[in-house]
Design a binder for this molecule. Structure first.
Ligand code: KG4
Ligand code: ZN
Length: 350
């Protein structure tokens, strides 16, 4: 069975084709991606209307590229999957509309996928896929969550951020330092040249006893520090970047270890854009190796948004008997959509 996946929730248009059998992990046949980062950079952040218009321009050429790379005609598609939410409403509607139009034209069912479930299951596309159950640290631009994952569609929220996400903390701190959008990778690069102990920055909720996060205070502390430095900021920017990254990574590391301890599980999956951060990977690898815990990541290029994770999540859902893929084509999108609600019995297409 071939599942075409379309991702358009934010500033990346992604399309992919996944092949799936009755058993065994689905396999990526081809994928293509267009990032809008360069377009949004002039505005210092994502402009939703521009994002939607660009998805419209990109999605069909990307789908054609994917099919031609896989050597498959349109007629071979069995299911069309798309990101139903969470994300920008207008951007989501582009993917949903195209998926349903394709499905209707081909007479094939469509399946709306949760974007975070895509991130969560993306490590199953890697050469070293995890096994259930595991603890998942989901760290994207909009979400920071720890989940217990017992199987496809079996997710228990252990803790989450009460304000900003880790990706937001990276991006907002980077913006204060005058780095381009999205700031995470730029701040991480600058941090490599800096001293992580140069500035004492807060580790919010580190000792709160629960698995929740808070990053809003860190951003304020970075701002205060930047103001204090004044004209010296330019010369100390790498130190400030390194100290900021260290604070974020420290909290993510300690809370992940606490989640592992609390659940008694011995596998950790890290997914979402911040999962590409090298310092985070190095520290998690070292701490988990000491405890006999295996850590799994998506391939580096599949950490940030892409179509492969959407096609994969759809294929794994269908394999687990959880679709249902719909032939109604009466699509909607869910800009706000808690991942844990996937475990409830609410119908996918209500
Ligand atoms: O998962 P993602 O592509 O989009 C969302 O679903 O939000 O995550 C994007 C986030 C941005 O905040 C970006 O700055 C961050 O991931 N990011 C990084 C790195 N690469 C991407 N943050 C820190 N270090 C990186 N290397
Ligand atoms: Zn994402």
């Amino acid at each position: 069975m071939f599942v075409l996946g379309i991702e358009s929730s934010c500033d990346e248009t992604g399309v992919a084709l996944v092949e799936s059998g009755a058993s065994g992990l689905p396999r990526l046949a081809a994928h293509a991606l267009h990032s809008q980062i360069a377009m949004h950079q002039a505005y210092g952040g994502v402009v939703p209307e521009l994002a939607s218009r660009d998805h419209i321009r990109r999605v069909l050429p990307l789908a054609q590229a994917v099919l031609s790379e896989a050597g498959r005609p349109l007629a071979d598609i069995d299911v069309v999957a798309y990101t139903r939410g969470p994300g920008l409403a207008g951007a989501l509607l582009v993917g949903a509309g195209v998926a349903c139009a394709l499905g209707a034209a081909l007479g094939k069912p469509v399946l709306g996928v949760h974007h975070l479930e895509g991130h969560l299951l993306s490590p199953f596309l890697s050469a070293d896929p995890p096994e259930f159950p595991f603890v998942a640290l989901l760290v994207s631009g909009g979400h920071t969550q720890l989940m217990r994952v017992d199987g496809v569609g079996r997710y228990e929220l252990l803790g989450e951020t009460i304000d900003d996400a880790a990706g937001e903390a990276f991006d907002k701190s980077a913006k204060l330092m005058g780095l381009p959008y999205p700031g995470g990778p730029w701040l991480a690069k600058l941090a490599e040249e800096g001293d992580a102990t140069a500035f004492k920055l807060p580790r919010p909720l580190l000792h709160s006893g629960d698995l929740d996060f808070s990053f809003a205070g860190l951003k304020t502390a970075v701002l205060t520090q930047a103001r204090k430095l004044g004209a010296e900021l330019e010369a100390r920017k790498a130190d400030l970047a390194a100290s900021t990254q260290a604070a974020i990574v420290d909290v993510l590391l300690k809370k992940s270890l606490a989640a592992i301890e609390r659940t008694g599980l011995d596998r950790l999956v890290v997914a979402g854009g911040v999962g590409a951060n090298r310092a985070l990977r190095e520290q998690l690898d070292a701490a988990c190796a000491k405890r006999g815990v295996r850590v799994h990541y998506p391939e580096l290029h599949l950490c940030t948004d892409n179509g492969a994770m959407i096609a994969m999540a759809a294929a794994m859902r269908l394999q687990a008997g959880l679709g249902p893929a719909s032939e109604r084509y009466a699509f909607d999108v869910k800009p706000r959509w808690p991942l844990a609600s996937l475990c409830a019995t609410e119908p996918q297409f209500g």
